[in-house]
Design a protein around this ligand. Structure first.
Ligand SMILES: Nc1ncnc2c1ncn2[C@@H]1O[C@H](COP(=O)(O)OP(=O)(O)OP(=O)(O)O)[C@@H](O)[C@H]1O
Length: 241
């Protein structure tokens, strides 16, 4: 089966010397991949390149076999993204914002919009302007926009940002539901170790601009008492900076 994601030699180093270097990684269809690393590890930089928002210095990303740098439209055809903060038009309602996104997808109708509002817990705020939304509600709207077209791959940068406990539980449930029922592949970045442990089937630890290890969650947890212990040991093994 075609890999959902193939990343080869992906490198972006900013003028200050930071960024991400020589990232090599494959993600299978159906994986819930957790890209785990502390603040500044290089997660967003990598994900911006994966979504075609930042040009790599070197290397490439293929999504379902299509190169992001050379076949952008094909590569993004089955992909939904949420990178950094979820942007919306503040003077439009949640429904109007989603209708704008729906213009890109002929198959997305009002029923699907309502479904996405329901899934993300926003149906009761459907006609409220997003400028009145809290950070968590804006995040939910971003998630709703990213799933509108039923993408096969969701690239989400810190999707739990700003969510309360209930929101986190719902988001975790949504991820598992989409993975199980629709076979959706996820690439999720987070610095929340506990949440990654509970949500992701495979985990890549990124530290200081480098991917230090990748393993299945079940393997990690059969060798370590918690993901946190694994993370600390991987970071120590690779030289804490
Ligand atoms: N536009 C930029 N110019 C210069 N340096 C940058 C730029 N964007 C990010 N960096 C630096 O590159 C490193 C990686 O940043 P990045 O945002 O990718 O990390 P991250 O793992 O996503 O962190 P966080 O969890 O805080 O979002 C950081 O040290 C950051 O300061």
């Amino acid at each position: 089966m075609t890999k959902a994601i193939e990343i080869t030699g992906l490198t972006k180093v900013y003028k200050n010397g930071r960024g991400i270097e020589d990232l090599n990684l494959e993600v299978d269809q159906g994986d819930i991949f957790g890209f785990l690393g502390p603040n500044g590890a290089g997660k967003t930089t990598a994900m911006k390149m994966m979504a075609g928002l930042l040009r790599p210095d070197r290397g490439d990303v293929k999504l379902f076999g299509a190169s992001v740098t050379e076949q952008y439209v094909d590569a993004m055809k089955h992909v939904g993204c949420l990178i950094e903060t979820a942007e919306s038009f503040p003077y439009l309602t949640a429904n109007e914002n989603l209708k704008l996104f729906a213009n890109y997808y002929p198959e997305v109708d009002q029923r699907r919009i309502d479904q996405c509002l329901e899934i993300t817990g926003l149906l009761k705020y459907k006609h409220e302007k997003s400028k009145k939304f809290s950070l968590g509600m804006k995040q939910r709207l971003g998630v709703a926009a990213s799933i509108l077209s039923n993408p096969k791959l969701l690239i989400w940068d810190e999707p739990l940002n700003g969510l309360d406990v209930e929101g986190m539980l719902e988001m975790r449930k949504l991820i598992k539901q989409l993975a199980e029922q629709e076979g959706t592949t996820f690439f999720i970045s987070s610095h929340l170790i506990h949440d990654v442990e509970l949500t992701c089937t495979r985990i890549g630890v990124v530290y200081g601009g480098k991917l230090v290890n990748v393993d299945y969650t079940r393997n990690i947890l059969s060798n370590y008492s918690s993901l946190e212990n694994y993370f600390v040991s991987e970071v120590d093994r690779n030289g804490r900076v």
